[in-house]
Design a protein around this ligand. Sequence first.
Ligand SMILES: CC(C)(COP(=O)(O)OP(=O)(O)OC[C@H]1O[C@@H](n2cnc3c(N)ncnc32)[C@H](O)[C@@H]1OP(=O)(O)O)[C@@H](O)C(=O)NCCC(=O)NCCS
Length: 176
Amino acid sequence: MTREIVFRRLTKKESEILTNEVRNTPNIVAVPINRWRSFDKMFVFEDEKGIGGVCALDYFGKDWAEIADFIVLPRLRGKGIGRKLFDKAFGYLKIHQYNIYIVSRNPLVIGMMEKAVFNIYQNFFQMPWPVIWHSTKKTLNLAVMTEFVRKLFVFRKKTSLVYGILRKEDYGKNLD
Ligand SMILES: CC(C)(COP(=O)(O)OP(=O)(O)OC[C@H]1O[C@@H](n2cnc3c(N)ncnc32)[C@H](O)[C@@H]1OP(=O)(O)O)[C@@H](O)C(=O)NCCC(=O)NCCS
C-alpha cells in the first residue's frame, strides 16, 4: 500500500487503536470508540502498517464545522503528515463554505491556526454562540468528563486551550 490520505469511514479496529492512542496524549481529552464510528467519512492517512493519522470534520449549527479529533500516531509524527491532514480538512471546508472552528493546546496545531489566519480567542465565552453550544454539548459526556479528571492528575498540564475561528466571509483576508 502507498502512503496516502483518503476520505473514508474508520473500521472498528482503527477506532480502537485511535481511542487507545488518545488516552496517552495530554492534548486531546477523550474520543470514545463510538464517536470515531459516528463519522461517515474523515481524512485518514494510511501506509503499509495501516492507519497513521486522522482528522475529522464535525458539523454543527447552520454552516459551522470543527476540525476535530486530529491525531497522528507517534511513529509518524514530525514527518509532515499532520500538516497534510490539516490542509485537506481546511481546504475541504473552505470549498464547501463553512465557518471553521478548531481548539487546541498543542503548539503545532496553534501554529497551523495562526498560519491559516484564524481569529484566535483565549476566552471560551467570547466565541460565537453556536461554537459555545457545540463545545458544551461535546463536553457533557461521561467518558469525556472522566478522562478530563484522570488527565488532570496524570499529565498535570498547565497550558491553556486556544480557540480558532475562521468565518467564511474572512477567507483570504489578512493574507499577504
Ligand atoms: C499535532 C499533530 C497532529 C501534528 O502532526 P505531525 O505529523 O506531528 O505534524 P507535522 O510533522 O505535519 O508538523 C506540523 C507543523 O509543525 C512543525 N513541527 C513539527 N514538529 C515540530 C517540532 N518538534 N518543533 C517545532 N515545530 C515542529 C512542522 O514543521 C510543521 O510546520 P508547518 O505548519 O510550517 O508545516 C501530532 O503531533 C499529534 O498527533 N499530536 C498528539 C495529538 C494532538 O495533540 N493532536 C492535536 C489535537 S488539536
